[in-house]
Design a protein around this ligand. Structure first.
Ligand code: FES
Length: 501
């Protein structure tokens, strides 16, 4: 099964689950990089904070991310400049630089053992088809004060046409950073609970968050859950995608330090090295696709492995994993107070989430302490940008509408349980109801309603990770029905289990 090199090599955390009812000033849902950095900053400024993490601190998307930290963005700074304006693109670059710097400061201050290292970031084209993209990005990065160099070759085992190098970016083990920082939060002001998924938030003068064994009553809530839990209009402006990663142990040879983005490779691959305990790992990432909308998912890992073996002397693939990201409709994340009073969101990070997560924490610290923040308006969660969003908004929401058509009677993958082989999952229709049926390796059948508990889309089987993934807004469920991630609060319905084949 899949696991990231970060989770496999980070220390374990050991916070208790919430038991009983408590009151706090600010409740933070989610113990990833956004939630834990927010808790750290807010507790430091004297606020009483409770963090509710559904699994283990740093064990969600943060632990499945790339470990890369950079001022640049997946969408490219020059695109933000043309969609918005120079001032906005400059704020994006400068705010992200400040977030990377804060991580560096925290690592130094607390001696967090997370392999934090300053490295250059590269974007390159393999042929001259994308040279113009590189040239525009060189100009944009230079305009925004980044230390930039133009190159015609890189220390890689294939030739490039043109490249941009930006100095002073960084890499770390994100799971180790979050776990290390969680140990250094002012414990007088902050309590962290693991294995405490929030099932519901009751809204009123106070906000009451329910977990399996206790409740938290709070004045404010930060949804540090990658995408907000529950139903928000904002979800029509967020589009869920997945990306894949492998950590390939090098038998011989080496890979240079740095973050290397290939602007031409299928699905925008990126490469980096991670050195741990005397071993050198090549990390290769790519394979971008919409959540729950592929026939087979294992192929994305296979393509990465093929590319790694084509250019490098690979001993074996020790780790493979995948992570979700949410693209925003207008190119910028949504960070700030949501349409629901006193609930703050941080979402739409695209693949740039580690840096944006820390930036969100910096913005929340200022907003919740009534201090001005120079970047809050740029990322305002309540902004309305119909012209900047229109093209993506229409395309993506037509796509969501098409997913609902899968709910029509007669659309099932197989007709009977006997067609589901060990290790497989399929959607079956019985009496006009869709069932998500999984047969485990021992032959036992696990069946649930295939209707997503967020907004009733039909889930899809992910053969690479053995999960049920919702193609509408990205909720994902285990084969046992529990929520892994996404906006759904509740597990898949198993009350009506199919009892015979
Ligand atoms: Fe919204 Fe499934 S995530 S319907």
């Amino acid at each position: 099964m899949t696991t990231s090199i970060w989770k496999a090599t980070a220390q374990k955390s050991n916070f208790p689950p919430l038991q009983g009812d408590i009151t706090t000033d600010i409740a933070i849902v989610g113990g990833g990089i956004t939630g834990i950095t927010s808790a750290y900053l807010l507790a430091r400024s004297g606020r009483k904070v409770v963090v509710l993490e559904s699994g283990e601190v740093g064990g969600g998307t943060t632990g499945d991310s790339t470990g890369n930290l950079y001022s640049m963005i997946d969408k490219r700074l020059h695109h933000i400049q043309s969609k918005w304006d120079k001032e906005t693109a400059g704020k994006v670059a400068r705010s992200r630089t400040a977030a990377v710097d804060l991580i560096g400061e925290l690592v130094r201050k607390y001696s967090i053992d997370c392999d934090f290292k300053r490295v250059p970031w590269y974007l390159f084209s393999e042929t001259n088809k994308k040279d113009e993209t590189i040239e525009k990005e060189i100009k944009a990065a230079t305009d925004y004060g980044l230390q930039v160099e133009e190159l015609q070759e890189l220390p890689l085992p294939f030739s490039v046409s043109k490249a941009i190098k930006v100095e002073g970016q960084a890499q770390f083990n994100p799971a180790a950073f979050v776990k290390g920082l969680s140990q250094n939060i002012n414990s007088g002001n902050c309590s962290i609970y693991e294995q405490s998924p929030v099932h519901h938030i009751e809204k009123g003068d106070k906000l009451v968050l329910s977990t399996p064994a206790g409740k938290v009553t709070a004045n404010k809530v930060i949804m540090a859950t990658h995408t907000p839990k529950g139903i928000y209009a904002l979800q029509t402006a967020l589009y869920p995608y997945r990306e894949y990663a492998i950590a390939a142990k090098l038998r011989s040879g080496d890979f240079p330090d740095g973050i290397f983005w290939d602007t031409e490779a299928e699905n925008h691959q990126s490469m980096r090295v991670y050195r741990k305990n005397g071993e050198n790992y090549l990390l290769l990432l790519g394979g971008h696709h919409k959540v729950g909308q592929e026939d087979h998912y294992e192929k994305f890992f296979q393509r990465l492995e093929q590319k790694a073996r084509k250019y490098f002397d690979i001993d074996r693939i020790d780790y493979k994993w995948s992570a979700q990201h949410y693209k925003p409709s207008d190119g910028l994340p949504f960070i700030g107070e949501s349409a629901d009073d006193n609930i703050f969101v941080a979402t739409g990070f695209s693949t740039d989430g580690l840096t944006y997560g820390v930036l969100s924490a910096m913005i929340f610290d200022d907003l919740l302490n009534d201090r001005g923040n120079r970047w809050a308006k740029t990322y305002d969660a309540g902004r309305f940008t119909p012209i900047k969003s229109a093209k993506t908004f229409i395309k993506e929401n037509i796509n969501v509408a098409k997913q609902y058509l899968k709910d029509l009677p007669g659309k099932s993958e197989v007709d009977s349980l006997t067609e589901v082989k060990p290790g497989e999952g399929k959607v079956i229709e019985i009496d006009n109801e869709k069932w998500a049926v999984y047969r485990d390796d021992e032959g036992k059948v696990h069946s649930h309603s295939a209707v997503c508990t967020h907004m009733d889309c039909i889930v899809d089987w992910n053969d690479a990770e053995r999960t049920w993934d919702c193609p509408c807004h990205g909720s994902r469920f285990k084969t046992t029905g529990e929520v892994i991630e996404g906006p759904a609060y509740s597990p898949l319905d198993k009350r009506k289990m199919i009892s015979k084949e």
